[in-house]
Write a protein that binds this ligand. Sequence first.
Ligand SMILES: Cc1cc2nc3c(=O)[nH]c(=O)nc-3n(C[C@H](O)[C@H](O)[C@H](O)COP(=O)(O)O)c2cc1C
Length: 193
Amino acid sequence: MTVISVIIGSTREGRFSDQPANWIAHHLRQRDGVETRLLDLRDFPMPFFDQPVSPAMPGRAPYSNEVVQKWTAEIAKADGFIFVTPEYNYGPPAVLKNALDWVYPEWNRKAAAFVSYGGAAGVRSVQQLRQTATELQLAAVRSSVHIPVATLWAHFTGGDVGAGLAELSGPAETMIDDLLWWTAALRTARASA
Ligand SMILES: Cc1cc2nc3c(=O)[nH]c(=O)nc-3n(C[C@H](O)[C@H](O)[C@H](O)COP(=O)(O)O)c2cc1C
């Protein structure tokens, strides 16, 4: 079974993030052979990264923080990821960047895709995340889903968020096709390495 984890990138009170996360997880759950896991950063309240040694340091001791250990174990279980991210000041939220920074080998040589939103559909946040993914040895797939501001606005005004998301089912399926192709290729390559 291929494991894809959907990461909810905002922890803010009144956030929008869990709605697109549940929506894309629903699309993933229609696929055979995929176990979909939803990782909510609210369930992983990690401190800001404060260790003397980088997670990328070969042979380092595991970090002692229990939440970090739980988070790292979740990342280790997954073969691929969908990051659901807003845009905060042209980039991803600090809570998401911090969650990325705490882990290294468990991200390596796996595939990643992005669902984004914001005033400008979150595209600048995804651009930054693509750069971070390169350093984490995560293969960021070409296709992504950028939710138009009208759908985000519906969240704040009591409008029909579901209808807005439903219009994006085409791009969602394309992105999932792309993610699963890369996930399968990298899984095979990891197993034979
Ligand atoms: C601190 C902060 C900075 C923001 N900066 C941007 C931005 O640079 N570009 C943008 O399009 N939207 C920006 N926004 C709007 C958010 O994308 C929007 O509020 C979104 O709902 C936040 O996601 P969330 O509700 O899941 O936390 C910002 C919001 C906050 C709270």
